[in-house]
Design a protein around this ligand. Structure first.
Ligand code: AMP
Ligand code: TRP
Length: 328
């Protein structure tokens, strides 16, 4: 069975982009893959975090994993900082990556833009992400499109080290959704939907109330043409809404275009509100059930023990191949 690894940062406001780009794939892959899903709290601290809030957000994301359908009987679910191998391998990989290649990472450029100085951890973020992946001999990494460059770096590092030392790592591949790989902000379809945007109507969070969902969708930016047609270049707003509708309902974009031929954006948006509310209701219900349960903590502890057992084997191999320590 092929192994899958992915992670989400515990930074609040998990939104439709996270769901359609990443979480939906997590669930799809469970039946015929060995899946490991992580809450990457060490990535979260690359930007300032309030300690109390961070801990709450870790449990929020864990509960959302389960609420969208990740099944702890099939998949390992755990918190990154509970397994020390991530930081340990991160260091080894740092020593094999260059400041030049990390300077080219667009996420770093975006996040450090207009700042006088940025934390070193923000700069080496993609290296820690590579460590997450390589630590588990991962074959497949389900993520949104925005992570493509980071996956490429991870592959480069694995290949580089395999060539320089004994073959140490499995070279992983990214897995991206056709619809949903890049969900755009509702108020500005030229930007990706993000957890941190100031305008709450730019995103739909998985736990939003129906009234908030309605407001955000009805306000969403479209164009003045009034024709429901997919055309990313000229009609990015309605195209984004069509992608969301299609990904949530399973109806193809062509069929949706046909369905709304001759109708305006109002009708389309009203139906999209209904589809979205219906898709998110069971997620919210399951979330409420487990978020404050002891079961959730047990699942994470059990997941960390299982992940750690795999991680320790990889670290032993890494140390052996690099000549670190005294040997076994
Ligand atoms: P993050 O919130 O940055 O931890 O992202 C968690 C996962 O959601 C990653 O796989 C991202 O690629 C994915 N993701 C984040 N934002 C979007 C978006 N707007 N559209 C599609 N996928 C996204
Ligand atoms: N960088 C990813 C994001 O922001 C989160 C992440 C960290 C991740 N480590 C990972 C995703 C390993 C996949 C695999 O979305």
């Amino acid at each position: 069975m092929k192994r899958v690894f992915s992670g989400v940062q515990p930074t609040g406001n998990i939104h439709l982009g996270n769901y359609l780009g990443a979480l939906k794939q997590f669930v799809e892959l469970q039946d015929d893959h060995e899946c490991i899903y992580c809450i990457v709290d060490e990535h979260a601290i690359t930007v300032p975090q309030d300690p109390k809030e961070l801990r709450e957000h870790i449990l929020d994301v864990a509960a959302l994993y389960l609420a969208v359908g990740v099944d702890p009987k099939k998949s390992i679910v755990f918190v990154q900082s509970d397994v020390s191998g991530h930081a340990e391998l991160g260091w080894v990989l740092c020593c094999n990556s260059s400041t030049g290649e990390l300077s080219r990472m667009t996420q770093f450029k975006d996040k450090s833009k207009n700042k006088e100085s940025a934390p070193t951890g923000l700069f080496t973020y993609p290296v820690l992400m590579a460590a997450d992946i390589l630590l588990y001999d991962t074959d497949v990494v389900p993520v949104g499109n925005d992570q493509k460059q980071h996956i490429e770096l991870c592959r480069d590092l694995a290949i580089r080290i395999n060539n320089k030392y004994k073959k140490t790592f499995v070279v992983p591949e990214g897995r991206f959704m056709k619809a949903g790989a890049r969900v755009m902000a509702l108020d500005d379809p030229t930007k990706k939907m993000s957890k941190s945007a100031e305008n709450i109507h730019s995103r739909i969070s998985l736990l939003d109330e129906p009234s908030k969902i309605k407001k955000s969708i009805m306000k969403a930016t479209t164009d003045s043409e009034g024709i429901v047609k997919f055309d990313i270049e000229n009609k990015p707003g309605i195209s984004n809404l069509l992608s969301i509708y299609s990904a949530l309902s399973g109806i193809s974009i062509e069929d949706l275009e046909a369905k709304y031929e001759g109708k305006g954006y109002g009708d389309f948006k009203k139906d999209l509100v209904e589809v979205t509310v219906e898709a998110l209701a069971p997620i919210k219900a399951r979330y409420e059930e487990i978020r404050h349960s002891e079961e959730l903590i047990e699942i994470l502890k059990d997941g960390a023990a299982k992940a750690d057992a795999i991680a320790q084997k990889t670290m032993a191999r890494v140390k052996e191949n690099f000549g670190l320590g005294l040997g076994r």
